[in-house]
Ligand binder design. Structure first.
Ligand code: PAF
Length: 322
């Protein structure tokens, strides 16, 4: 017995510490962006719940490639985690594309209520069939147009504008109907294409415009808020499958904490971003509700296609959320 106790004590003294499991997390923007804020909050929350069971390696600024490539990495199990935009994710779960319909979501409160409610839950659940595990909806904010051509006040001002869009059919159809020349492109190529003049403009929320310093390559910012842009926090099914119940609960809590951090960042940049961009030399114009209505009216044809594609019921359900 004495020998057994001594051996057990020795064993515990010399037992190799259990190595932390490394989580590679890739995202499109810098560490000081809303993506970085969400990723950091996730990491801190997980550490508070589970101690050193997991260690994080961040790959900001598309360090693991564009959003599509990183998501494919999650499907293969070569990357453990990402935060990615709904614009890209609709290529994996087509129903998510409904969120990209311009002017469908009224404001951030409406968008958050939709995503935090039944509709958002239903969409997150669909990612299992796409070989991804979706934890929660993060946020980017409402998308606005930046360009190097004069301010955009009416749909006619978009005529022929080579505007980079996400690789998202809903966005592309809308910009085409407005008379622009939409040029779908993965995000890592955008700054270079703007620098070289291969495109005239792009569209993204203030969170992206400010954190990616688009003022360095764009002269005008038109606050039109045409589309609400969300994100999803996802993990690879291979990581998720290795977690026990306590770890899964800690991941879910960490995702909720990341959402809070992302939304706080977006609220802050929505309040201060315009002034920052003006100080940095951008000319900013904000569309009035009447001017926005002209853009919405010009989208009558695409709206018919959106209804056929996503179902009027789903669009009505989204609009009915208070
Ligand atoms: O425009 C995009 O591609 C996305 O909004 C971005 C900047 C990659 C963030 O998800």
């Amino acid at each position: 017995m004495k020998h057994f106790v001594a051996a057990a004590l020795l064993g515990s003294v010399f037992a190799a510490p259990v190595a932390a499991q490394e989580i590679k997390i890739g995202y499109a923007l810098a560490e000081d962006s809303h993506y970085g804020a969400g990723a950091r909050a996730f990491e801190e929350s997980l550490k508070a719940s589970l101690g050193d069971q997991f260690s994080f390696r961040h790959f900001p600024s598309s360090g693991l490639g564009g959003e599509r490539e990183v998501l494919e990495g999650l499907q293969l199990g070569t990357v453990e985690m990402t935060i990615a935009s709904d614009g890209t994710l609709s290529n994996f779960v087509p129903e998510v594309g409904v969120l990209g319909i311009p002017f469908l979501l009224r404001d951030k409160e409406h968008a958050r209520a939709v995503l935090d409610g039944e509709i958002g839950e239903e969409m997150l659940a669909k990612f299992e069939d796409a070989g991804l595990h979706a934890l929660a909806w993060g946020e980017q904010g409402f998308r606005h147009i930046t360009s190097n051509r004069g301010p955009i006040e009416t749909p006619a001002d978009l005529e022929g504008l080579k505007i980079r869009t996400m690789e998202n059919p809903v966005h592309i159809e809308a910009f085409r109907a407005l008379g622009a020349a939409p040029t779908p492109m993965a995000w890592p190529e955008v700054i270079g294409a703007l620098q070289q003049g291969a495109i005239d403009g792009q569209e993204n929320p203030l969170s992206v415009i400010v954190s990616a310093k688009l003022n360095e390559v764009q002269k005008n910012l038109t606050l039109d808020g045409h589309v609400y842009s969300s994100t999803i926090i996802l993990v690879s099914p291979s990581l998720w499958g290795r977690l026990d119940d306590d770890q899964k609960a800690a991941f879910e809590k960490a995702a909720d904490d990341a959402v809070v951090a992302m939304r706080a960042y977006v609220d802050e940049v929505d309040a201060s971003g315009v002034a920052q961009m003006q100080e940095a030399g951008m000319t900013v114009n904000e569309l009035s509700p009447e001017q926005k209505a002209a853009f919405r009216d010009a989208l009558a044809e695409p709206y018919k296609n959106y209804e056929a594609q996503f179902g009027k019921d789903l669009m009505d359900r989204i609009q009915a959320v208070e």
